[in-house]
Design a protein. Structure first.
Ligand code: ADP
Ligand code: C5P
Length: 247
């Protein structure tokens, strides 16, 4: 299903512009999303006021069985396989978001490999929603929901170096487990499931967040689309979103 600008004027004009951001592990997906939000002037404000929000596919890792938890603790569970995610929950959440409905997204803990019980993030209706993750273009019915698809293309040595540093510092891992997991699951799964989805991207961003020219062009395009919606009289207004070249 393709979408055009008139298709954006959905239910009560509140359909957000939904952007999928994919790429290998540690390619810079989150950093690129943060840059886009910064350039749209959306960082230093309250969650309820934001017109641009970013959601991670990692929030939708499915609950593991006790046997799978034991594997995960040994670094042997394949978190890079499409079936590691709760794809039904991803689809229903993104569908709610497109319908302008406030929704809850689980909070995920990489140290325990599970959702944090009783804790979730409220996503309020927004003008632009970024959904980033290693396999956001894998399932066709999810892929078809995006108005724009970006693929962050960063050299695999750079990604591995960043992943080692990040997983040890932020995700409670040691060097051996990061390298074993990378060689046994992360790399083969990326080659089998993630990399082939690059062909679905509208825009490929070489070098990730270092590519400020690509990010500026994307931000400009987002701003143009929101401005056009305003001109067309849709309810949604980009009034609180700053033009990338005017600040
Ligand atoms: P992803 O969301 O694709 O896993 P992140 O954006 O979280 O990737 O980046 C992974 C790690 O690499 C983080 O520690 C981040 O700070 C770092 N990083 C990302 N982009 C760059 C960059 N252009 N230069 C240096 N470090 C970067
Ligand atoms: O941020 P990034 O895109 O790298 O997050 C996805 C990665 O997180 C996957 O490559 C997966 O191996 C890893 N992961 C993990 N442990 C978990 C859940 C995900 O190492 N419990």
């Amino acid at each position: 299903m393709s979408r055009n600008i008139s298709g954006l004027n959905g239910i009560e004009g509140k359909t957000p512009f939904l952007i999928g951001v994919s790429g290998g592990t540690a390619s810079g997906k989150t950093t690129v999303c943060n840059r886009i939000m910064e350039k749209l002037g959306q960082v230093d404000m309250d969650q309820t006021e934001r017109k641009v929000v970013c959601i991670s596919q990692d929030s939708f890792y499915r609950n593991l069985t006790p046997a799978e938890i034991i594997l995960a603790e040994k670094g042997q569970f394949n978190f890079d396989h499409p079936e590691a995610f709760d794809n039904d929950l991803i689809f229903s959440t993104l569908s709610d978001i497109l319908a302008g409905i406030k929704c809850q997204v689980p909070t995920y803990d990489y140290c325990t490999h599970s959702r944090v019980q009783g804790q979730s993030i409220t996503i309020y209706p927004a003008d632009v929603v970024l959904f980033e993750g290693i396999l956001v273009f894998y399932v066709a019915k999810i892929r078809d929901l995006f108005h724009m698809k970006l693929f962050v293309d960063t050299d695999s040595d750079t990604r591995l170096a960043r992943r080692v540093a990040r997983d040890i510092k932020e995700r409670g891992r040691d060097l051996n487990s990061v390298l074993n997991q990378y060689m046994n699951n992360v790399k083969p799964a990326f080659e089998e499931f993630g990399l082939p989805t690059k062909k679905f991207a509208d825009i490929i961003i070489p070098r990730g967040a270092d590519n400020s020219v690509a990010i500026d062009l994307i931000v400009h395009h987002i701003w143009d689309i929101l401005h056009l919606k305003k001109m067309n009289g849709a309810e949604m207004t980009p009034a609180s979103i700053q033009h990338p070249y005017l600040h």
